[in-house]
Design a protein around this ligand. Structure first.
Ligand code: GDP
Ligand code: MG
Length: 790
């Protein structure tokens, strides 16, 4: 029978794990291995996915994936587990009796006589590696203070944060994406793995969540195999000890063969000691003492050694750590196998070893390796960790989850929370800050204008500064408060663990259009503003989902388009405002869904990212990290405002201000813009929007959607001049066109940052074309239905 058939509350043991390739490896890495005990916690409100507990942590799994896991239903006996722990203690006793070698403490861990410390002027490089939600961001901020810079890893748009450790300017620590395993499952994992293997940092700081230690140590095992100096930072110790748990740190150090430092990143405990150890192991290149994690009599033990023997030469030539490469080769990791470049003979031998493992252990090699690691971890935890009798955070989380992911409450509460976030961002806090900023910009503009006039500056420069730069950049800058406030709330939702829950219960719906649950958040933010929406896709774990989500967000009608709708409603459809607005929003959602289907069929073939996701306990977010994130996003946005947007503003200003002989024009109908609009107008004619003034307003809407209305007002005069040019059908067509055509330059700049130039140009072109087609269809259908021209 399969896991899918179990009911909430039932437990079982895993017999075998199906699936293939990266997905299967991911199952194994997440701890779903033959013999593991799984309990069904609950089903999502819509029946899919399902939350399960395994090795003491919660995972969310899709039912389709659950179906690939065969189980025995027989209830798990508590004695079984106890017995394995006892034998573990027995086995490790001999090691526990060895005198404590003071691992990691200065001068003891390495041989003093042959020591060869790195020179003093060497910049020590560190990689900060750990699971998601293990407190990486919090620790990174503690270690670096404010001297950090954010960028991208070369070639991929995955956040890279670097910084020097406080008080140690000759260090650089890199915050790697949160990962669960060194298997190439997502782009993030590849980035982290490549960084460790290729950049060879002087030391790895491995952050481990002590309240979820089995899951976290799985990554530690693999890091130790990479043969880099490692220090384990055992985080969340405040929570563990608060619940009555404890860790025998000395014993754990001794077994793992690397320094282990208990810390609490949130409470700022143990950070100094961590820094001392990290600097020490890096400087003296103190590599892990232990890499052999298999029971000596197990079939996997001899196999790994056999593979090590086989690939020794090749691993040396390619610079891969031997033990790591051997395990990966046994697992069947394509990337490592390609890198090793085994000849036919060697491949045959490897296959032979793999078959032997399967025969002897009854597990395929990938499962056998995962099993080896988890068995070792269980023994280690059995020896060193006293689990808390009670887990208050877990209990609290379960209580909160009864409401937040409850069958009938999940979605209403989600709507309520998002509604509140929107209300506060766009109506209260964000709006207030925006008003304040606009006031400031106006003031500054006035002062500058006065100064320019007094100084008798040339008209062109005057106009460039005031009408071009101040006006354009100013209007885009006014987005800043919204972006910052939005990210404040998002960061609260993310760090508290709620976003993972949203993904959990929205997955079923999103999956229908080829995305996974997490994409709902950026899409919703898109209804507020495309800029933070695109920026927020960074947290999506799969590259494919991220791209597709970015391309879909502009279809969500943003708030900056509201003035356009309001303007036309009051001029053409008085009293029908509500109906028209609802119609437009429904249309934007329908088109978004249709487009998603097209993207799924054409651009992003294949399945949405597999969805084996951890559901962490709810935690109080740290204010420090939140503020840091807001600052980062603000900086990011400002950089954009003063590069892409500045250029675009100046270009649009020039087009509006000069005629073809580059004389400053008095009347905008003489400008180059009017000329261009004249060229474009015929294209708009089939839509009934052939007037050059309308085209001009739409072009200026590229700067900011709000300016469509202000340009229309200027060009047509306030007194209903526009009604003379447009009928109601045309007005409706124009509404549809503005709903769908290119997003504003700030949004495009965000798309450019995430996906590059080509995609951002494609977005502009494609949305204009699509807007045209839909508007055209709308017009001819309405005209046909109403029997001609109304
Ligand atoms: P990341 O996903 O690994 O970057 O983890 P974060 O740094 O975002 O932390 C996840 C959550 O755990 C946040 O709500 C933090 O405030 C919280 N957290 C981090 N370190 C500690 C700690 O030492 N103790 C406790 N109680 N909470 C922590
Ligand atoms: Mg984080």
């Amino acid at each position: 029978m399969t896991l899918r058939e179990l009911k909430a509350g039932q437990s079982c043991r895993v017999v075998s794990v199906g699936g293939e390739g990266a997905l299967r490896q991911h199952f194994l890495d997440m701890g779903i291995i033959p013999g593991a005990e799984i309990t069904i916690v609950k089903f999502a409100p819509m029946g899919d996915p399902v939350e399960v507990r395994i090795h003491g942590y919660e995972l969310s799994l899709r039912l389709d994936d659950a179906e690939k896991i065969t189980i025995t239903e027989s209830a798990v006996k508590a004695e079984d587990t106890a017995k394995t722990e006892d034998t573990a203690k027995e086995k490790r006793k001999d090691k526990a009796n060895v005198a404590h070698p003071n691992l990691g403490e200065p001068g003891v861990h390495h041989d003093k006589k042959t020591e060869n410390p790195l020179p003093d002027d060497h910049v020590l490089s560190f990689a900060l590696v750990g699971n998601q939600n293990s407190g990486k961001t919090t620790l990174f901020n503690r270690l670096t203070g404010s001297n950090q810079h954010v960028g991208n890893f070369p070639g991929v748009t995955v956040d890279r944060k670097d910084g020097a450790i406080i008080g140690n300017p000759k260090t650089v620590i890199t915050d790697l994406p949160g990962i669960y395993s060194m298997s190439p499952y997502s782009k993030e994992e590849i980035v982290s793995r490549d960084f460790v293997l290729d950049n060879k940092p002087d030391a790895i700081i491995n952050i481990v969540d002590s309240t979820n230690i089995e899951r976290n140590l799985y990554l530690t095992m693999q890091l130790l195999e990479t043969d880099r100096p490692v220090v384990v930072a055992l985080n969340m110790m405040d929570e563990l000890t608060g619940n009555g748990g404890s860790v025998d740190i000395n014993l754990m150090e001794q077994i793992l063969g690397v320094p282990v430092v208990p810390i609490s990143a949130a409470k700022n405990q143990g950070i100094d000691e961590l820094i001392t150890h990290a600097l020490h192991i890096a400087k003296y290149c103190e590599k892990p003492l232990e890499q052999d994690f298999c029971a000596p009599d197990s079939p996997i033990h001899s196999s790994i050694h056999a593979v090590e023997h086989l690939i020794e030469e090749k691993a040396k030539n390619t610079g891969l750590p031997l033990r790591f490469a051997a395990c990966k080769a046994l697992e069947g990791d394509e990337l490592i196998l390609n890198q090793l470049g085994l000849d036919e003979n060697e491949q045959g031998l490897l296959e032979h070893i793999r078959v032997k493992v399967e025969k002897k252990s009854g597990l395929d090699p990938a499962a056998a390796v995962a099993d080896m690691r988890f068995t070792y971890i269980m023994q280690l935890v059995g020896q060193c960790v006293t689990k808390p009798v009670q887990n208050r955070e877990r209990e609290r989380s379960e209580k909160v989850d009864r409401i937040l992911t409850g069958k009938f409450t999940a979605i209403p509460i989600f709507i309520l929370i998002m509604g509140l976030v929107f209300f506060l961002t766009f109506n209260v806090i964000g709006a207030f800050l925006q008003w304040l900023l606009e006031l400031g910009i106006e003031e500054l503009t006035a002062v500058t204008e006065q100064a320019l006039t007094n100084a008798h500056v040339n008209d062109v420069i005057h106009s460039l500064i005031i009408d071009g730069i101040f006006e354009g950049v100013g209007s885009v800058l006014s987005f800043l408060p919204i972006v910052v406030v939005m990210f404040f709330f998002l960061s609260l939702l993310e760090d508290s663990g709620y976003i993972a829950r949203i993904a959990f219960f929205m997955d079923k719906i999103l999956r229908k259009i080829g995305l996974s649950g997490r994409s709902i958040v950026p899409l919703l933010i898109g209804f507020g503003c495309t800029v933070p929406a695109v920026m927020s896709t960074r947290t999506l774990p799969s590259d494919r989902d991220r791209k597709m989500t970015i391309l879909l967000t502009p279809f969500m009608s943003c708030t900056a388009k509201l003035p356009i709708y309001a303007f036309f409603v009051s001029s053409f459809f008085p009293g029908k405002g509500g109906l028209i607005m609802i119609g437009l929003y429904v249309l934007s959602i329908i088109i978004g869904i249709l487009i998603a289907f097209i993207y799924k069929k054409v651009l992003f073939k294949g399945e949405a990212a597999p969805f084996v996701m951890e559901l962490p306990n709810y935690r109080l977010p740290s204010l420090r990290s939140t503020v840091q994130l807001m600052w980062e996003k603000a900086k990011d946005f400002l950089q954009k405002a003063f590069s892409v947007i500045l250029v675009a503003t100046v270009v649009v200003w020039a087009l509006q201000s000069f005629d073809t002989r580059f004389n400053l024009v008095e009347d905008s109908s003489q400008s180059i813009m009017a000329l261009i609009s004249g060229f474009i107008s015929p294209v708009m004619k089939p839509l009934g929007l052939g007037d050059w003034r309308i085209t001009t307003s739409l072009i200026s809407g590229f700067m900011a959607k709000e300016s469509v209305v202000s340009v229309l007002e200027v060009l047509f005069g306030a007194e209903g001049g526009i009604s003379a040019v447009l009928g109601t059908v045309e007005a409706a067509t124009l509404l549809i066109f503005s709903l769908l055509y290119t997003p504003c330059v700030a949004a495009i700049a965000s798309v450019k940052r995430e996906l590059g130039w080509k995609w951002s140009v494609a977005v502009v072109a494609w949305q204009c074309i699509l807007a045209w087609i839909v508007s055209f269809l709308f017009r001819i259908i309405v005209l046909a239905c109403t029997g001609g021209f109304v």
